[in-house]
Design a binder for this molecule. Structure first.
Ligand code: NAD
Length: 334
């Protein structure tokens, strides 16, 4: 069978790391016809928008995409393509596992955490405006529907993966209305999952707890902004952004992409670590039911990193993006 999948290379380091990931995924024996569509800064001049309609159309058609990071100008300029994609396609879950890889330098061993981040609302709804010249207002939207469905996903995921606990993370002591609603919704959903432990934490305490006692946590579910921040924190626990994969998941579509951004300073230098994108590709293969191929890719990545000979600069090596991908492919093909 040939899968029809969408490829969004992105910008910055996106094109080189997605190319490396596609080569690794195909080496695992899965037949894929990629529909490549372009989004981001570089496409802006040609199409007048960083997110042309054909990108959304392609994902709607294929249902599954692998995506590289896309640059978002800070402060001014166009709105985030990533946020727009997630909202337009109603990809309401951002799933970000943080799993230690032997050989990756980190102060921690045996980290095995999963962040389930609400992906469509909160302060990322993009409703903000100036109030006169010297004040600005951003509106934080939290709905019962979005809070319940993301929490339900977290519990279903925990159950399917044999995990034991879901922790809801909020700041409901201060934002009693918005975060209060998220927590109330999470507690309501938890009542239907008596086989999975449920607890809640305040986000500030959670940051400290994750640094001091990460082994106490398992699956965590939270509104968009906290999920954005905590997933970088968890990436730090497992050795950095270069190894942290992710997925944006809706009821009928999914886009797989690394947690990290477009790292513009490394663009076109064959320097960036493609591991996070390759592991996002492994998540994609699992989503497609190609578990053997996903296992082969994951095992090969772990072997190459464990050996430490052909790894990129961020993992203490001197290999380029493409050389590290070649080493992973060689292990898969053995
Ligand atoms: P970044 O993730 O691009 O980079 C942060 C740091 O991590 C940098 O030092 C970078 O060199 C390093 N790094 C990141 N990925 C790496 C990799 N694969 N290999 C080796 N080193 C890596 O974060 P930033 O600098 O805050 O953001 C740059 C741009 O990316 C911004 O425009 C931001 O909006 C965008 N961004 C996009 C996404 C996405 O497309 N999903 C996510 C986050 C940030």
């Amino acid at each position: 069978m040939t899968y029809q999948l969408t490829l969004i290379p992105g910008d910055g380091i996106g094109p080189e790391i997605t190319q490396a990931a596609c080569r690794v995924i195909e080496a695992a024996g899965v037949d894929i016809e990629w529909h490549t569509v372009y989004a981001g800064q570089d496409i802006m001049a040609q199409y007048g928008t960083p997110l042309p309609d054909n990108v959304l159309e392609s994902v709607r058609k294929t249902g599954t995409a692998l995506k590289g990071p896309v640059t978002t100008p800070v402060g001014s300029g166009f709105r985030s393509v990533n946020v727009a994609l997630r909202q337009a396609l109603d990809l309401y879950v951002n799933l970000r596992p943080a799993l230690s890889i032997p050989g990756v330098k980190s102060r921690y061993e045996d980290i095995d955490l999963v962040i389930v981040r609400e992906n469509t609302e909160d302060l990322y709804a993009g409703i903000e405006h100036m109030v006169g010249e010297d004040a600005a207002e951003s509106i934080k939207i939290i709905t019962r529907k979005a809070s319940e469905r993301v929490t339900r996903y977290a519990f279903e995921y925990a159950r399917a993966q044999g995990r034991h606990k879901v922790t809801a993370v909020t700041k409901a002591n201060i934002m009693k209305c918005s975060d209060g609603l998220f927590l109330e919704s999470a507690r309501h959903v938890a009542e239907s999952y008596s086989d999975i432990e449920f607890e809640d934490r305040l986000v500030d305490n959670m940051c400290m707890q994750l640094v001091q006692k990460p082994e106490l946590y398992d699956v965590m579910v939270m509104p968009n902004l906290y999920g954005d921040i905590l997933s970088d924190l968890c990436a730090g626990l497992v050795g950095g952004l270069g190894v942290a994969p992710g997925a944006n998941i809706g009821d009928t579509m999914a886009i797989f992409e690394p947690v990290h951004g477009s790292a513009p300073k490394y663009a076109g230098k064959n320097k960036a670590n493609a591991t996070a994108t390759i592991l996002s590709g492994a998540m994609m293969l699992r989503h497609l039911g190609e578990n053997d191929a996903a296992d082969a890719v994951t095992a090969a990545v772990r072997q190459v990193i464990g050996e430490g000979k052909t790894v990129t600069y961020d993992l203490g090596g001197e290999a380029g993006t493409s050389e590290m991908a070649d080493a992973i492919i060689a292990v898969i093909q053995k």
